[in-house]
Design a binder for this molecule. Structure first.
Ligand code: CTP
Ligand code: CA
Length: 223
């Protein structure tokens, strides 16, 4: 063994990761989305692959590449496509890491034609709720499977995260601090707090998303 070789603690494990935003189509020229870059999910996919896991990466529209041969990538656009891709793979995997910023709503109607601009008239778009992927997987989860979620809050960070963790039957949730400068969407760094099922919290300093991925994978291995 080489000294610099990573410990391959995840050999034989199959890990599902979803990442990035979703795009919810309004008409042929427009969509609703959010600021997710996909960087955290892709860093996790790389880290898991480097440690020997087989990774299924279900990715929304992002500007990122995957190179590791252990990563099998499925590109999707909408929350519905991500839901279908993710649920269809769940029975065969050991660990699910739900990193995607799934759009909560989509337009109720898709317009086949471009919606025309009418000056001086208010315009409103009717939205309908998307399905919750984490909630569905939490219900499907079998003993031995580990499910990890993410949370990003602007208020009541801890109590909201704990509520999500319990409602979605996650093994732990990674809270991304938006308050910290350099953390959250579009950045290369994150400051996280991991909260587990018994409410125990572990706070980490601001780190690169690669280092955060190492911390999260180490935490999974400690379970
Ligand atoms: N999630 C999901 N499917 C959705 C919405 C969220 O799988 N339709 C997952 C996210 O990937 C994340 C976790 O649920 O792992 C928490 O996402 P978040 O958006 O913070 O939670 P919501 O339940 O959507 O609550 P809200 O947006 O109102 O805070
Ligand atoms: Ca949400």
């Amino acid at each position: 063994e080489y000294f610099f070789e990573k410990k391959k603690q995840l050999i034989g494990k199959k890990i599902l990761i979803n990442a990035g935003p979703t795009h919810e189509r309004i008409d042929p020229t427009r969509y609703i989305s959010n600021y997710s870059s996909g960087k955290m999910g892709f860093a996790l996919a790389e880290e898991c692959a480097e440690r020997g896991a087989k990774v299924i990466l279900v990715s929304g529209p992002v500007r990122l590449k995957t190179i590791h041969p252990n990563i099998f990538r499925i590109d999707v656009e909408s929350a519905e496509e991500m839901y279908n891709a993710t649920l269809s793979k769940f029975s065969e995997i050991d660990i699910g890491i739900l990193c995607a910023a799934v759009a909560d709503y989509k337009p109720l109607y898709y317009s086949e034609n471009k919606i025309k601009h009418k000056a001086n008239e208010p315009f409103s778009l009717e939205l309908t709720s998307n399905l919750d992927i984490a909630l569905a997987l939490g219900k499907m989860k079998k003993s031995g499977q580990i499910l990890v979620g993410f949370a990003l809050e602007t208020e009541n960070e801890l109590s909201n995260s704990i509520e999500k963790l319990q409602k979605k039957n996650l093994d732990f949730i990674v809270l991304n601090s938006l308050k910290e400068k350099g953390s959250g969407f579009q950045t290369n760094t994150n400051k996280i707090t991991i909260i587990n099922m018994i409410g125990k919290q572990k706070e980490f300093p601001l780190k690169s998303k690669k280092e955060v991925a190492i911390d999260i994978v180490d935490y999974i291995l400690s379970l």
